[in-house]
Design a protein around this ligand. Sequence first.
Ligand code: GLU
Length: 481
Amino acid sequence: MMDRPRVRFAPSPTGFLHVGGARTALFNWLFARHEDGVFVLRIEDTDRERTQEQLTQAILDGLAWLGIAWDEGPYHQADGLKRHRADVRRLVDSGAAYRCFCKPEQLEAMRAAAKELGRAAAYDGRCRDLNPDDAGRRAAGGEPHAIRFRMPDGETAWDDVVSGTTRFRNRDIDDFVILRSDSTPTYNLAVVSDDIGMGITHVIRGADHISNTPKQIQIYRALGAEMPVFCHVPLILGPDGKRLSKRHGATALAEYRKSGLLPQAMDNFLALLGWSPGDDQEFMSLDELIDRFSLERINRKPAIFDHGKLESLNLQHMSNTSGSELAELIGPLLIERGIASHEQIENRRAWFEQVLDLVKPRARTIHHALQQTRPFFAGEIQPDERAAAKHWKDRAATVEQLERLRSELAELEGWEEGELELQLRAIAELMGMGAGKLIHPLRVALTGLAVSPGIFEVMDLMGRELVMSRIDDALARLRDG
Ligand code: GLU
């Protein structure tokens, strides 16, 4: 039996978690869950200065919001320093790496010369053939130096799960630095050393890392380690075909969270950025994503970030989320905004969930659901200006209609959707008008909004007392104005 696959998400905490990083994390996680593998979280904080605790925390929060739980970690790359240096020593001892004493000015001149000649590799190899014993003595004497990897001749190729056979000519690749003169490892060394140390079997990451892969493959070989499977997921582009950036809208995951999207909708959307289940199905729960995910179905072509699709998926996920789950999200917001108290919600929990079930099919976001839920709680509401301008246009007539409605409703014995509908339709008929003409101003009175769920269900759930007081408030406003 094959050992359990081990994958990792390895963000550098140099910025906020953006949608591309979140997509990489999600693909790794879905693969791990589908394959019964292990998902490792590793914070790549070699670059101490730019690393910030806060940014690391923001990454952890973002993953938690998406429901991506790590099985191991978070490990910190900085904690692997001893192993990184030991690996570098092994590479030097075997001759796969060498000491380079070139000074910054010399390197600068080499870069300029390479540019002039249009050569990809800049380093001219001048320390390649220094006698290792001499070099060792100079180093021991305190002469500043870096360690470079000796790129072999030939080419480096691998079979990428997404892009297929991928090749690089080694002569286009510099003898790259693996340990800086201050004894800190560079990214390519640290990442391979960690991936070997952590037994990573599949490296799933953004296509922007493809040019690092030949260097990393050479380090694996030189260390005699088993090669992982490489899987480079396609770039994400904006609708204009340019690389996704702030010009296209928010790129930080946290901004999508703040905008009131459901995490399950974001997961669904991110999963479709470069992957598809192979049929037309787009709406998927997290369980379905886990069930259907495979690396083989990741697309080679760049993915297009389509906000419209995100919104439509969110709308569908809102409808499919149970009232009790929504209660967990929206209850705290109502309390935070002083619209309801904890007791008001908990004492009528079943009712609250019914309200959420009623509003959710039309709610584009959590904020929108909150706006639709707010009128069900006592307290004055401010009618939306446009709704009032449209449906309370003729004030005198509206007052007359609402007064009539009020007195008829006051007479009603029961208070239930079906009966309310019959009654309202009867009143409209008596007043010689279509029921709709009566419903619109009533909706503004009850909810302050131009759009709401069916008015009879709204009245049923609001209850007689609140409906009456809302009509009274509306009448007071209309008479005043
Ligand atoms: N730390 C790298 C990044 O944030 C990822 C390294 C990798 O996945 O190999 O881009």
